[in-house]
Design a protein around this ligand. Structure first.
Ligand code: 5GP
Length: 123
């Protein structure tokens, strides 16, 4: 899938729409989801133009990949779920119901998470 520069996360990265920032480094940004499904629901996105993990793992530099992974850990710590536990989910493509076509990892936490939670069950 080609990258759509008008997607909402591209607009957040350009500062065209606001976000509640949790963490940022040179290669990634973490911010609160606008429609939280859990007490803590944070999104972590790479700053580069990648739709999915297939694109990102194939095309991102080693520095970008390291920066993204580092940001996921730092964001989990910054939003207070590191001690209690958290779940990471990345929806990729149509079958996974990816809504925003810019790679993102969801961090869910803040209360015990059902063992088989999917997105709709997380409310
Ligand atoms: P997906 O289904 O693509 O994995 O998840 C996209 C997520 O982006 C959803 O949880 C949705 O609430 C969130 N989202 C969509 N638009 C915005 C926005 O403008 N700001 C923020 N912070 N989150 C958004």
């Amino acid at each position: 899938m080609s990258y759509d520069r008008h997607n909402v996360f591209a607009r957040i990265l350009r500062g065209e729409i606001p976000c509640k920032k949790v963490y940022e480094n040179a290669h990634a940004l973490a911010f609160h989801d606008i429609n939280p499904l859990m007490p803590v629901h944070v999104l972590v996105i790479p700053k580069g133009e990648y739709v999915s993990f297939v694109d990102f793992s194939a095309q991102a530099s080693a520095e970008e990949q390291a920066g993204f992974v580092q940001a996921i850990g730092a964001a989990a710590k910054a939003c207070g779920v590191a001690a209690g536990g958290y779940r990471l989910i990345a929806n990729n493509g149509a079958d996974a119901h990816q809504e925003v076509p810019h790679l993102h990892v969801h961090i869910f936490g803040g209360k015990p998470i059902p063992g088989r939670m999917i997105k709709q069950e997380g409310r």
